[in-house]
Design a protein around this ligand. Structure first.
Ligand SMILES: [Zn+2]
Length: 160
């Protein structure tokens, strides 16, 4: 079975995926792929929370998180410590993202902690591993948890 990349799912949630691709993705979920469904749900929660936060611009911030994931993947492929960079432009819209708690978890255990700076950016370095995820936010019910996929398997359309 072929799967779709995180980047495509991020586009899908924002209705930016090409129509034929979006249809194939929709069918893929309906066919019951749990793996892609989990990725899709992750992105959907990003947008829900992003929309609830005033001034926390959803597509932009989600894209930055996606880019951080891809940066992580390419770092691993180059056999360097993984560095996640939460990149953003300095605009008034990103002020709400200042001081957010960011925690890297592996198998539910905290590996590393940081907070976003005044530009809504953060950086974490860690050794690649399995079952890793990133949590963003401080309140339990408004926290975004993103699984970090592809640290081992690479990026793009993956095969089982
Ligand atoms: Zn899939």
């Amino acid at each position: 079975m072929k799967h779709f990349s995180d980047e495509l799912w991020a586009d899908f949630v924002r209705n930016l995926a090409p129509a034929t691709t979006a249809q194939a993705m929709q069918k893929h979920i309906e066919d019951g792929c749990r793996k892609c469904e989990a990725v899709l749900k992750g992105w959907q929660s990003v947008f829900r929370i992003a929309q609830a936060e005033s001034g926390f611009s959803p597509p932009e911030d989600a894209i930055r998180i996606a880019k951080a994931q891809f940066a992580a993947v390419s770092s691993v492929q180059q056999r360097r410590p993984v560095r996640l960079v939460f990149d953003s432009n300095l605009t008034s819209e990103t002020r709400a993202a200042q001081g957010l708690k960011v925690r890297l978890l592996q198998r539910q255990q905290a590996v590393s902690d940081t907070t976003t700076n005044q530009h809504g950016e953060f950086q974490l370095e860690f050794d690649a591993g399995a079952d890793m995820c990133l949590s963003i936010g401080h309140e339990q019910d408004r926290m975004v948890v993103l699984p970090i996929y592809g640290v081992h398997s690479g990026l793009g359309i993956l095969k089982d």
